[in-house]
Design a protein around this ligand. Sequence first.
Ligand SMILES: NC(=O)c1ccc[n+]([C@@H]2O[C@H](COP(=O)([O-])OP(=O)(O)OC[C@H]3O[C@@H](n4cnc5c(N)ncnc54)[C@H](OP(=O)(O)O)[C@@H]3O)[C@@H](O)[C@H]2O)c1
Length: 326
Amino acid sequence: MRAVVHDVYGPPQVLRLAQVDRPDPGPGEVLVAVRASAVDQGLWHVTAGLPYLIRATPFRLRRGRARVRGMDVAGVVQAVGQGVTDLRPGDEVYGTCDGAFAEYACAEPRRLAPKPTGVGFGEAAVVPVSGCTALQALRDAGRLRPGQSVLVLGAGGGVGTFAVQLAKALGAGHVTGVCGSRHLELVGALGADEVVDYTRPDARLHGRRYDLVLDIAGGRPLSELRRLLNPRGTVVFVGGETGGRWFGGLDRQLRGLLLGLVTSQRFRPLVGTQRHDDLRQLARFVDSGAVRPVVDRRYPLAELSAALTHLREGHPGGKIAIDVAL
Ligand SMILES: NC(=O)c1ccc[n+]([C@@H]2O[C@H](COP(=O)([O-])OP(=O)(O)OC[C@H]3O[C@@H](n4cnc5c(N)ncnc54)[C@H](OP(=O)(O)O)[C@@H]3O)[C@@H](O)[C@H]2O)c1
C-alpha cells in the first residue's frame, strides 16, 4: 500500500512516499481504509525531533526502522480483529490511530467514533486531535461554567478555531479570540464576541480580566497571563511554538504549576487525548451545526511535506486536511 514514511529527523521534506506492507489488525483492533487525515504542529515536532525531549518518548524514531506517522483519521472499517464487537466492515469512522498517512491503518475502537454524517471525510479528519484538545481544555482542565468569560490565545489555528466555537456551544458568556491579522474575520464568523489582532499593540486587552484563558499560542510570560486572569480564574496551557529546543516550553508550564500553589489563580497543563465519548460529542456538535471544522487547504498524501511546510510558514486559518483516497 502507499504510505508516507519517516526514517530520519529533519525538515518536512524528509517525509517520503513509499510502498509498505498493509498492516493486519491485532486482537481488539480494526483495519481502517483511510480516506483522509490531517497535519498539526505535533507532526512537525516528531519529524524534526524537536524539542529534543521528543527523542526520549514513544514518538521517537528507532534506528533502522521507518515509521508511518499520522494520528487523525477518517475512513471506512475494512476488517475487524478478534474480540471487536462494536464495529463492522463498512462503518464510517473517525478518530485517531498510529499510522494514518497510509491507505490502511490499524486503530483501537476506543479512539474511534461514528464519523459526523453532515460533513465529508476531509472535514471529519481535522476534528479529532484539535477538537478533543479544545473540548478538554474548556470542559475538563478549564471547568468552564455557563456565563463565564473566555480568552482564546491562538484563536485562528487548529485548536483555536474549535475552542472559540466550543466555548460558545458550552455556554460561555463572552469569548475573546486573539489571532493574526488575516484571521480576524474568520474568528468573528466562528462566533467570538470580540477579536483582537496579536500583531498590533491593542488597548482592548489592557485592564481586561477573564475567568478562563486558553494559552494555545504566543508563549506570553506568566506575569502577563496573571494580569489577564480574574483572581479565581484559570489558565490552561495547551501549547505554543515559542518554547526552547530542549523542553519546548514545558519549563513555563512547570513554573505556572508552582505559582498556582501560592495564588488563588489556577494554572493547568493539558495533554489532550482522543476518547470515544468525546469524539461522539464532537460529532453531535458538528452535525447540529454548532461547530464547523475549518479546513484551510487540502493536500493529497503524496504532498504531505508541502502540507507541513504550509502549516509552519503559510499561516493557515484552521486546519489542513490530507486526502489519502478519494
Ligand atoms: N496539549 C495538547 O494536547 C495539544 C494538542 C494539540 C496541539 N497542541 C499544541 O498547541 C499549539 C497550537 O496548536 P494548533 O494546532 O492550534 O496550531 P496552529 O494551527 O499553528 O495555530 C496556532 C495559531 O496561533 C496563532 N498565533 C501565533 N502567535 C500568536 C500570539 N502571540 N497570539 C495569538 N495567536 C498567535 C497563529 O497565527 P498566525 O499563523 O497568523 O501567526 C495560529 O493561527 C501547538 O504548539 C501544538 O503543538 C497541544
